[in-house]
Design a protein around this ligand. Structure first.
Ligand code: ADP
Ligand code: MG
Length: 482
């Protein structure tokens, strides 16, 4: 009890705030927490591999982050599987809902465990993600997540370059781009790609010595190597026993002088030996504050490429693949509703999908767009789900007594062109959609057409009173408060 008890209680409180009720009940209700203060380790006992993988994939970062904020210390978070879980605290009494049972085509953790048609990734004893690195044949640390592969990464216009670069590097490590520096915002697939490169290299060469780590773990290793006088071993590991170095979230080392120094020498040694280096970051090298210039310049020696935000079609493809993987039947109208409202983060896109599936399986309700709106409203209160491209098109068309098809057509008559431009303007102003995507949604037009339309309407607003008034009327019909 005492300190460890209160860390667990406070962690649970924090998780309850950050995780939606439903997800909390689904994933944390049957979990037992064991906190070992002396080793800064939190062990989480769960009932199945599936729950372990799920928690590890979706909540490990959050758990570590919360532990860090609660105690000001880094923690090791470990999972263990126990067939019968004794709940840590009675507090859980209110959360004893069972993990959902399957209905229809919806599969849930419990029945999934035994399904014969499991995907390859699930059949293999999966390697824990992030926490406890595994050792490959030759003893090099790997720790790959078998779910993040090149063959299940969906490629669209925004990420085709980065994908091609990853393929090239995976097939000819050290020979194409060195280093490969992948940057992009959170939730867009950087970790997926980095992991996939590692798996692919290992597939082609089982003896490849690959080190797959994160900027944070690298930093911790430097610190403990210094503290325990193990610099020699550290250098041997990173410089002499490494063919491929993959570091996720390298931005973490910025501002940490000793780590940057060590990384600099590691980089030089590997680079000279033509060993492949791949780094990911949430920022471009030149945007990374507190990064030494000599590192900044080295990061850009090879290829620097971003994982862009996927367009609507790519988001749909990701959701379809997810539905396939989870063996869930879900209508395209619902998928497109999700894809339309969650535009900037694939992790959130997947999260919304999972939430809907969990909801359907818990409540046994048939999913419709209406239901989806209701369910997602709670996890994404910031998004304006009252509006979407169709609604705007519909309202504009009916205001001008046109058909939606007229707005999507290529005809340029003024009676059509102006309403079309207004609709594009309203979409761009009130929804998070890119120009190319809007082009698609307006009958496959070029993104420059949409840009031009939006600029034109913006430009006319000050001078054209009728136009302004029309837009105000349509906006109020759409419930937009200006
Ligand atoms: P990041 O490291 O950039 O924050 P992740 O690699 O963790 O993002 O990706 C978040 C989630 O989205 C993962 O489950 C990943 O598999 C998925 N994902 C991202 N992009 C794609 C894509 N293009 N195709 C398939 N899955 C993707
Ligand atoms: Mg990542």
């Amino acid at each position: 009890m005492g300190e460890s008890h209160s860390v667990v209680t406070r962690l649970i409180d924090a998780l309850k705030i950050k995780v939606s009720d439903l997800n909390y009940k689904n994933w944390f209700a049957k979990v037992a927490w064991d906190y070992q203060e002396s080793t800064s380790t939190m062990t989480i006992a769960v009932e199945s591999r599936f729950i372990r993988d799920w928690l590890s994939d979706h909540y490990l970062e959050l758990i570590r982050f919360e532990l860090l904020s609660l105690t000001d210390r880094e923690h090791d978070v470990q999972f263990k599987i126990e067939k019968k879980i004794e709940r840590t605290l009675d507090l859980f009494a209110e959360n004893q809902n069972p993990v959902p049972q399957a209905i229809g085509n919806v599969t849930t953790p419990e029945n999934r465990e035994d399904q014969p048609q499991l995907s390859e990734a699930r059949q293999r004893p999966s390697l824990p993600h992030q926490d406890t690195p595994q050792r490959s044949l030759n003893g090099a640390v790997t720790g790959f997540n078998p779910k993040y592969r090149l063959d299940n990464f969906i490629v669209g216009s925004a990420n085709q370059l980065v994908f091609a670069a990853c393929q090239a590097v995976a097939h000819q490590p050290g020979r194409s781009y060195n280093p490969l520096f992948i940057y992009g915002q959170v939730g867009l697939g950087k970790t997926h790609l980095l992991n996939a490169i590692g798996l692919e290299i290992l597939k082609n060469n089982r003896h490849a010595k690959i080190i797959y780590t994160t900027g944070e773990r690298f930093t911790n290793e430097v610190i403990s190597a210094i503290r325990y006088n193990k610099m020699f071993e550290f250098r041997q590991k990173y410089r002499d026993q490494c063919d491929v170095l993959l570091i996720d979230d390298i931005q973490f080392i910025a501002g940490k002088d000793r780590t940057m120094e060590e990384f600099f020498h590691t980089f030089n040694a590997l680079y000279e030996m033509r060993k492949q280096i791949v780094l990911t970051s949430d920022k471009m090298p030149r945007e990374m504050l507190n990064l030494e210039d000599r590192l900044r310049s080295r990061f850009s020696w090879g290829l620097t490429v971003d994982v862009g935000t996927p367009d609507f079609e790519t988001r749909m493809a990701i959701l379809r693949r997810k539905a396939d993987e989870e063996k869930v039947k879900i209508g395209d109208d619902i998928l497109s509703f999700i894809a339309e409202n969650i535009t900037t983060n694939v992790r959130e896109l997947e999260g919304a999908f999972i939430r809907l599936v969990a909801f359907a399986s818990l409540t046994r309700m048939t999913l419709t767009v209406e239901v989806a709106k209701d369910v997602l409203k709670n996890i994404l209160p910031q998004m304006d789900i009252r509006l979407d491209v169709e609604k705007i098109q519909h309202e504009v068309a009916s205001f001008y007594r046109l058909k939606i098809a007229d707005l999507k057509s290529k005809r340029r008559h003024k009676n059509l062109a102006v309403p079309r431009q207004i609709a594009m303007y309203l979409c761009k102003t009130h929804l998070q959609v890119s120009f190319p995507e809007l082009g698609q949604r307006f009958g496959g037009k070029d993104h420059t057409t949409v840009m031009h339309a939006v600029q034109k309407i913006r430009g006319c607003l000050d001078t054209d009173a009728t136009l302004k008034e029309d837009i105000q009327k349509i906006s109020s019909l759409l419930g937009i408060v200006s």
